[in-house]
Design a protein around this ligand. Structure first.
Ligand code: ZN
Length: 503
C-alpha cells in the first residue's frame, strides 16, 4: 500500500522534474540560440510551463501523499532514496504552500518589469529611475517574509530560499571573521604593490580552442556537454547526461577562460549526481553555496594554481604570441593579481568576499528599514571606502552594478562568499586524501580530483540538507572561514611577500 503511494508520488515528481528541465532548456535557448524577437513569446511559454509545474507541485494530492507516507518514510533507512525523497519533498512542499499564488505572480511580474528599468538606469547612471521599482520589489519581499513565521530575523526567511537552514546570525559570525582577518590581507598587499597588469591581446579562435582543451582535460566530453558563447555566462542542462555551459571571450584578457572553468565546476557537480536520482527533486546540487564552492574550486584552486599552469602554459604560449616572452612564474603572478576594484564580478580572490559583505549588510538594512532607499547610493559608497579603500565615481559602477535586486533576489549574495569558504574547507580535505594532486595536475591529469568530488560530494545530489552534506564531505556541518583565510594568506605571502601569519 505504502509502496504504491510512494510510486505514485515518485511518478508525479518525475513529471514536475521534466517540466523544470524543460524550463531550463527554454532558458538556455533564450540566452544562447534564440533570435531577439523571440523574447515576448518565450516569456509566455516559460510562464506557462512554470505555472503548470508550480500548480502540480503545490497540489493537495501531493500533500496527502506526503502525509500518508510520512511515518513509512521514517521507517526506511535514513540514507535511502525513499526516505530522502519524502523528507526533502515534504519540506519543499510546506514552504511552497506558505506563499499565495497571486503574491508569487506579482513578484515575478514586478521582477520582469524592473529588469528593463534596471538595464536603462545602469546604462544612464540614473539611480532615481530605478528607485520606484526597487521599492516595489522590496515591499513584495517584505510581504513574502510575512507569509512565514519569523523566529529570529526577517532576513533568515530570504536567506533560507538560497541556502537552506542558514541563518543571518551564522552568516554574520562568518563575515565578522572575514572582516577581521581577510580585509587586512588586502591592505597588506596594497602596501606592497608591484604586480601590474600588462596590456595583452588574445585571439578569439585561439581562446575557443584553448578553453575546450582545458575543460576536456577537466572532464568535459562531447557526448554529454556543450560549451557555447553567451552574454552573461551560466551553467544549465536537462539532466546528468546533458550539461550546458556557456562562456564569453574578451580581446585583451583571459577572464573568459576563468569564467569557463567556473561554469565547468557547476556543470561537473550536476554531471556527477547519482543517475538513480534523475527525474526527482534530488537530482541536483544541494544549495547555491555548495554549488559555488565547486565552481570556485575549478576556477581558483585549480585554475589559478601553479601546477595547472605548469602543464598548460607551454600550450598557452604556442597559441598566443602575447605571452611568448613570459615565464610560467610571471604568468602565475599575473593571473593572481590582487587589486581592490569597483565591480564584484571582476574582483580577485582576496577582495571578492568584501564585496559580498557590503551587500549582505545593505540588504538587511533595507529589509529592516534601517536605511532609506534614497540613501542607498551613499551607503554603498561609504562602505566601499571602508572595506576596499576606493571611491565610487558613479552609481553604474556602484549600487546599480548587479542584476539581483532588480529581480527581487534579496538574500542571494551571501551564497557566493559561503561558496568560496566551503571550497577551501573541502580542498583541505582533498589535499589530505590525495597527496599527489599537484603532481597529477602538472601531468594534465585532473581525474583524481574529479573522481574524489564525484564520490564524496556530487553523487549525493540533494538527498540531505546542505549541513548534512557538508558533514559527509568534511566531517562538520559548520561552514568554517579559517581554511579560506589560511589559503589566501599563504598564497599572498608567496606572491607579494606579506607576512605568513597575521600581525
Ligand atoms: Zn557560479
Amino acid at each position: 500500500m505504502s509502496q504504491a503511494k510512494f510510486d505514485d508520488l515518485r511518478g508525479r515528481l518525475a513529471e514536475i522534474a521534466d517540466l523544470g528541465k524543460t524550463m531550463a532548456l527554454l532558458g538556455w535557448d533564450q540566452h544562447v540560440m534564440m533570435p531577439r524577437k523571440g523574447a515576448s513569446i518565450r516569456a509566455e511559454q516559460m510562464a506557462t510551463v512554470g505555472r503548470i509545474a508550480h500548480t502540480k507541485f503545490t497540489s493537495a494530492e501531493i500533500g496527502s501523499l506526503l502525509d500518508d507516507l510520512r511515518s513509512w518514510g521514517e521507517q526506511q533507512d535514513y540514507d535511502s532514496f525513499e526516505a530522502s525523497l519524502i523528507r526533502v519533498t515534504a519540506r519543499d512542499w510546506e514552504k511552497s504552500r506558505q506563499v499565495p499564488a497571486d503574491l508569487r505572480a506579482e513578484m515575478s511580474r514586478s521582477a520582469a518589469l524592473a529588469n528593463q528599468v534596471w538595464i536603462d538606469a545602469r546604462a544612464n547612471n540614473d539611480f532615481k529611475t530605478f528607485l520606484p521599482v526597487l521599492r516595489k520589489n522590496l515591499d513584495l519581499r517584505k510581504r513574502y517574509i510575512d507569509c512565514f513565521d519569523v523566529k529570529d530575523e526577517p532576513y533568515d526567511i530570504v536567506l533560507d530560499d538560497y541556502e537552506r537552514d542558514m541563518t543571518t546570525k551564522e552568516v554574520r559570525r562568518i563575515f565578522d571573521y572575514l572582516k577581521e582577518h581577510q580585509a587586512p590581507l588586502v591592505k597588506e598587499v596594497a602596501a606592497r604593490g608591484g604586480n601590474d597588469s600588462k596590456p595583452r591581446d588574445f585571439g578569439f579562435e585561439e581562446q575557443k580552442a584553448f578553453e575546450l582543451e582545458v575543460v576536456k582535460a577537466f572532464g568535459f566530453t562531447d557526448d554529454a556537454w556543450r560549451l557555447d558563447p553567451t552574454v552573461h555566462p551560466f551553467a544549465s542542462g536537462t539532466g546528468v547526461t546533458d550539461i550546458r555551459i556557456t562562456t564569453r571571450y574578451f580581446p585583451d584578457h583571459l577572464g573568459g577562460l576563468f569564467g569557463t572553468m567556473h561554469e565547468f565546476g557547476h556543470g561537473l557537480y550536476e554531471r556527477q549526481v547519482d543517475p538513480s536520482l534523475e527525474r526527482s527533486p534530488l537530482a541536483r546540487g544541494v544549495s547555491l553555496g555548495m554549488h559555488e564552492s565547486q565552481s570556485r574550486m575549478w576556477e581558483n584552486l585549480v585554475g589559478r594554481a601553479r601546477p595547472f599552469w605548469r602543464h598548460f602554459f607551454p600550450r598557452l604560449q604556442e597559441l598566443f604570441p602575447t605571452v611568448a616572452g613570459e615565464d610560467v612564474e610571471s604568468w602565475y603572478r599575473e593571473v593572481n593579481r590582487v587589486e581592490p576594484s569597483l565591480i564584484r564580478v571582476e574582483s580577485d580572490e582576496a577582495t571578492y568576499n568584501l564585496h559580498i559583505i557590503l551587500r549582505f549588510e545593505l540588504e538587511q538594512a533595507m529589509l529592516n528599514d534601517e536605511v532609506s532607499l534614497e540613501q542607498l547610493p551613499e551607503e554603498w559608497n561609504s562602505r566601499m571606502f571602508d572595506y576596499l579603500g576606493i571611491e565610487v565615481p558613479n552609481d553604474t559602477e556602484g549600487v546599480l552594478q548587479d542584476v539581483h535586486w532588480s529581480g527581487g533576489s534579496i538574500g542571494y549574495f551571501p551564497t557566493y562568499a559561503l561558496g568560496n569558504l566551503i571550497s577551501a574547507q573541502i580542498w583541505e580535505k582533498i589535499v589530505a586524501d590525495l597527496p599527489d594532486l599537484d603532481a597529477s595536475f602538472e601531468q594534465g591529469d585532473f581525474a583524481p580530483l574529479r573522481d574524489w568530488l564525484g564520490e564524496h560530494l556530487h553523487h549525493l545530489g540533494r538527498k540531505y540538507t546542505p549541513g548534512e552534506t557538508l558533514e559527509r564531505v568534511v566531517g562538520t556541518s559548520q561552514i568554517d572561514p579559517e581554511p579560506y583565510v589560511r589559503y589566501l594568506r599563504s598564497k599572498l605571502a608567496d606572491i607579494y611577500g606579506i607576512a605568513t601569519t597575521a600581525a
